[in-house]
Design a protein around this ligand. Structure first.
Ligand SMILES: Nc1ncnc2c1ncn2[C@@H]1O[C@H](COP(=O)(O)OP(=O)(O)OP(=O)(O)O)[C@@H](O)[C@H]1O
Length: 549
């Protein structure tokens, strides 16, 4: 509910108005039934004024009902739209580490399934409300018709609801289980799409993948959903049974109490009329329950609370130096969490000072912690201990946004956006065109304003475009994770011997993860990161790096 309350607050005038119109429509409907009842009982005659009143009430049923439902469904769609954009904004504001812990399948499941489920439930609310008003008003009218029969009906319906409560709770538990299976299913969908080449090559792998990663989860969802639906149809049949049983009981009780037949028949007519909204209410249960399970799931992700502003571009607390120490890590320790029986990865303590304008290469074996170190230098991860200083200032929580805004990065598997973004959102198109030519991509990709014509490229070309996107950000610190690994030998040489020095001359401070020892002499410094420990690089075993070199 916490998620919906701020949204509902925004529509605080429209919502009560729509609900009032809905209530008016339902009450007009009940009044028609009451009038028909009087016609049956003979206390009213079908003369012109009565029929005119019925026509007026029917117009009210139609007009109020239409206006209320149109308003409420429009409101429902607005709430769903805002929930979509708000959830993505919350995701954008959430730490990389938290998103990693949640995992991509669970995030996709929430963005697609949960928001749709909440939307569907929300769009049912108008009908639930109008049916609720009908049932409530109907029972009040029944009380007015005969308080004895009303007490009998209320007791029967109360007992019926109490008996069905356990089924509804069981249904909710099963729906939670179904939703947990969805995360596994989404992992399977992702494997089928992203692993398409590997799967297409190997029939045995395809079979194993299909059996273990898709069929298992799909069959578990099917079984659980079938059990949940059994409770639902049980509730539907139970509702029919309670109402029909009550109708039979009402006749017997009416006789026992000596009430006139016409009186009892009127009572039964109202009960028959209420059967439909009651049935609708029970019929909506699965949608409502899956909406509430989805809402709980979104909240369980613990994304950052929603805020409209993007932040991050706050005033710089200090100008960056053009020489001397720029970015320092002291005593930095970072622990990747353990997974099952597998121990986590421990990096550090790392003491390192990157000087302004320096070109620093980080080398080391696979899984040594180089990428983790780059993300710490970028301010994307919170170290377990130690401190980071930028331009001599400690990077506190408030300054993390400022730190990140000084860094451009090309990670080892970069995501390409088809728009280039310059400083403060203003792209220097001349710079972008010139660098596109330098990257020898101008025949492959064209720039229309800030928009790239095509991002369906080879791996090496993708990396070049990612470098273009990073360079046009015009930020002082550039982090590159094995950038040259996908480049052909000619371009690789061009990158190390011309592009990097050019960027350095332009004032960039560059930290690049590299395995290209042929070009190590072009760096100002080379460090090795192995098993989470940073040491100076040399052909011979090395000593730990000293702080602030
Ligand atoms: N998100 C994560 N969650 C848990 N462990 C992780 C995560 N990312 C990396 N690790 C672990 O941290 C260790 C270091 O990974 P990292 O990617 O920093 O190494 P690397 O030196 O860049 O390796 P490579 O040269 O192969 O790219 C690895 O053992 C990896 O399993």
């Amino acid at each position: 509910m916490m998620l919906l309350i701020p949204l509902l607050r925004r529509f605080r005038w429209r919502l009560p108005l729509a609900l009032a119109l809905g209530a008016a429509g339902s009450l007009a409907g009940l009044s028609v039934i009451a009038l028909v009842n009087r016609l049956i009982a003979g206390t009213a005659s079908p003369d012109a004024p009565t029929m005119a009143l019925i026509a007026l009430l029917l117009a009210g049923v139609f007009g109020f009902g239409f206006a209320a439902q149109a308003m409420l469904t429009a409101l429902g769609h607005r709430v769903v739209c805002e929930m979509r954009t708000a959830t993505v904004k919350r995701l954008l504001d959430t730490d990389v580490e938290r998103l990693e812990a949640i995992g991509a399948p669970a995030l996709y499941a929430t963005l697609t399934k949960d928001i749709a489920a909440v939307g569907q439930a929300f769009n049912r609310l108008p009908f639930i409300f109008s049916n609720g008003v009908l049932v409530l008003g109907g029972f009040l009218y029944l009380g007015w018709l005969s308080w004895q029969l009303f007490l009998l009906s209320a007791a029967a319906v109360g007992l019926g609801v109490a008996a069905a409560y356990g089924w509804v709770s069981a249904m909710r538990r099963l729906m939670i289980e179904v939703r947990e299976t969805d995360d596994r299913l989404f992992a399977g969908y992702r494997g089928a799409v992203e692993g398409r080449n590997e799967l297409a090559l190997n029939t045995a792998r395809k079979r194993v993948f299909h059996r273990h990663d898709v069929t298992g989860a799909a069959e578990h969802a099917r079984d659980t959903e079938t059990r949940a639906d059994r409770y639902w149809v049980l509730s539907l049949s139970w509702t029919a049974l309670v109402i029909l049983g009550l109708i039979a009981g009402i006749f017997a009780a009416g006789e026992g109490l000596g009430l006139p037949r016409a009186h009892t028949a009127g009572f039964v007519l109202v009960l028959m009329f209420l059967r439909m909204p009651l049935n609708d209410l029970v019929g909506t249960l699965p949608i409502l329950l899956s909406g509430s399970v989805a809402l709980a799931k979104v909240e369980a992700l613990r994304l950052e609370p929603h805020r409209a502003e993007f932040g991050g571009e706050q005033a710089a607390p200090a100008a960056l130096p053009t020489h001397g120490p720029l970015l320092s890590l002291s005593g930095i320790v970072y622990d990747h969490p353990a997974q099952g029986d597998e121990p986590g990865f421990h990096l550090g303590p790392v003491d390192l000072t990157v000087r302004a304008g320096e070109t620093l290469f980080i080398v080391g074996g696979n899984g040594g912690g180089k990428s983790t170190l780059l993300t710490l230098l970028a301010g994307l991860r919170r170290p377990s201990s130690g401190s980071i200083r930028l331009a001599g200032l400690e990077v506190t929580e408030e300054r993390r946004g400022w730190h990140r805004e000084q860094v451009s990065a090309v990670f080892s598997t970069p995501h390409l956006f088809d728009r280039l973004v310059g400083p403060g959102g203003q792209l220097d198109e001349e710079l972008a065109q010139a660098f596109l030519r330098r990257l020898r991509l101008d025949r492959k990709v064209t720039l229309d304003g800030d928009r790239l014509s095509d991002i369906r490229l080879s791996q090496g070309q993708r990396k070049r475009l990612a470098l273009l996107a990073a360079v046009v950000e015009e930020r002082p610190i550039l982090l590159l994770d094995e950038w040259a690994a996908d480049q052909d030998p000619v371009f690789r040489r061009f990158f190390y011997e011309e592009l990097l020095p050019e960027l350095k001359r332009g004032g960039r401070t560059i930290v690049a993860v590299s395995h290209d020892d042929r070009f190590f002499h072009l760096a100002d410094r080379v460090l090795r990161c192995d098993a989470g420990v940073l040491t100076p690089w040399s052909e011979t075993p090395a000593q730990p790096v000293q702080a602030a070199q």
